[in-house]
Design a protein around this ligand. Structure first.
Ligand code: SF4
Length: 452
């Protein structure tokens, strides 16, 4: 029977590089992680005097390990990097090199990284594509449900910013931000004391909880996340985040998608008008459409829209107008903004053979037209196209991307508080997902290169 004894040798010739398997995930990720620009970007935030700081690249590499392998605690991350050879190799740490203390992460996160928006910049250069999908997922905030105030009791003006915790200060800072305070004038039913920017919601169909929304804009070819945004968990904020991400992607990567697929939450007339008229993006977005009738009478789609003459033409060929008056002042006849109503005359409809199929209970037929009905018409046209089923199938990819951080990376509940904490966590999770994705795609691209 053998007995394992402590080795007698005091000195070893040891190379970490040779002990990391060739097919280790971190080796693949290392190929795509470009952190050379970090020092340049952070240079203005460092003093030229004093002792040298911990290498910011080391902090970033450790954060990437944490989010790639679902190590949420920074204290545990330091222990794992200390013990794991592959992690040491990825962090460029020798066997004797000291791992930074876990408190360092907090200092970097709330200081230099956040000031320089560093975490978002790392995702640059990862993707290029033309068909995008957007969606949002609720992530539970790190708060106690009981530590909150009802709507009537919550008074923002009573908060002293100088004495408030960091998360409350951040809440005060984003009160005019369209992703948070300015997204809607409606006050939430309850507000958390420890993280007031989180949203009280029952949208998960269970007991109401405080949440943030994780918004992803993805390239549908390879499900690579193009941009990420943290918002309140309400529809207006999520739609605003989608527009912000599309514009930011164009600004940073010079990429504007030809088409965008999303669920009904993004199908408001205002958002469709923004996509189609201001950004020339085809929306594959289902509409909330109540114009289709189910009682067998004519629906609005049976009426033809005549843009040039500002009128509808009914199935009997009659004209439905906003007004039939001849005003002496032509300006009074200018089309109104907002929702418009078009109708035929009572005499025409009463003499019509199709009246029982059109307006059996009223004297004449009315058709309503929303302010951006032309944009809604374009979305209806896209929904009838042959490509729509393929686009909707690609939309599932973004839903699958949300399942991964929750189940594998342990991002079912946030660990950091405040809008900036949520933003950092979502961005790092997205970077980790992108790096894992690229590591998996690499063999495919290699095959493609061989084929070419
Ligand atoms: S009832 Fe009036 S609006 Fe309807 S089909 Fe007949 S003429 Fe046209």
């Amino acid at each position: 029977m053998g007995v394992q004894k402590a080795p007698a040798r005091l000195f070893y010739d040891f190379d970490v590089e040779t002990h990391v398997p060739a097919d280790h995930l971190l080796r693949e990720i290392d190929r795509f992680l470009d952190v050379d620009a970090i020092r340049q970007q952070l240079k203005p935030y460092y003093s030229h005097a004093g002792r040298p700081s911990i290498d910011p690249e080391l902090i970033v590499r450790m954060l990437v390990i944490g989010y790639c392998f679902g190590i949420r605690s920074e204290r545990r991350l330091c222990e794992e990097v200390h013990l794991n050879l592959a992690y040491r190799w990825f962090c460029r740490l020798g066997l004797d090199d000291k791992v930074p203390d876990h408190s360092t992460f907090s200092k970097y996160r709330h200081g230099k990284f956040r000031d320089s928006d560093l975490l978002r910049c790392i995702s640059e250069g990862l993707v290029g594509g033309h068909g995008f999908a957007v969606d949002a997922s609720l992530i539970e905030a790190d708060v106690d449900r009981m530590n909150s105030s009802a709507q009537k009791e919550w008074d923002v003006s009573a908060i002293d910013p100088d004495d408030a915790p960091r998360a409350v200060q951040e809440y005060l800072d984003v009160l005019d931000d369209k992703a948070f305070g300015a997204s809607t004038p409606v006050k939430p039913k309850f507000t958390s004391h420890s993280d007031p920017a989180s949203q009280w919601t029952a949208a998960r169909k269970g007991p109401a909880i405080f949440t943030y929304s994780n918004n992803y804009l993805i390239d549908t070819d390879h499900s690579v996340i193009v941009d990420v945004e943290a918002t309140r968990s309400i529809r207006q904020a999520e739609v605003g985040a989608a527009q912000t991400m599309i514009d930011r992607t164009e600004e940073r990567f010079s990429i504007r998608p030809d088409w965008l697929v999303a669920d009904t939450a993004y199908g408001s007339a205002g958002n469709l008008a923004w996509l189609t008229k201001k950004r020339s993006i085809i929306p594959f977005i289902p509409l909330i459409d109540k114009s289709e009738r189910k009682d067998g009478t004519f629906s609005r789609s049976d009426f033809e829209w005549d843009e040039a003459n500002d009128r509808y033409i009914c199935p009997e060929g009659k004209h439905l107008l906003q007004s039939r008056r001849n005003y002496s002042d032509p300006r009074r006849k200018e089309p109104k903004t907002g929702r418009r109503r078009y109708r035929a005359t009572k005499a025409i409809c009463e003499a019509c053979p199709s009246k029982s199929n059109c307006c059996p209970n009223t004297n004449t037929r009315f058709i309503g037209r929303e302010e951006h009905e032309d944009a809604r018409d374009l979305a209806r046209l896209a929904a009838r196209s042959d490509f729509n089923p393929k686009a909707q199938a690609k939309r599932k990819k973004v839903e699958m991307l949300f399942a991964h951080p929750k189940r594998i990376l342990g991002l079912g509940r946030l660990r950091l508080r405040g809008p900036c904490g949520a933003k950092d966590e979502f961005t790092l999770a997205a970077i980790a997902q992108n790096l894992r994705k690229l590591a998996k795609l690499r063999p495919k691209t290699a095959e493609m290169r061989i084929a070419i």
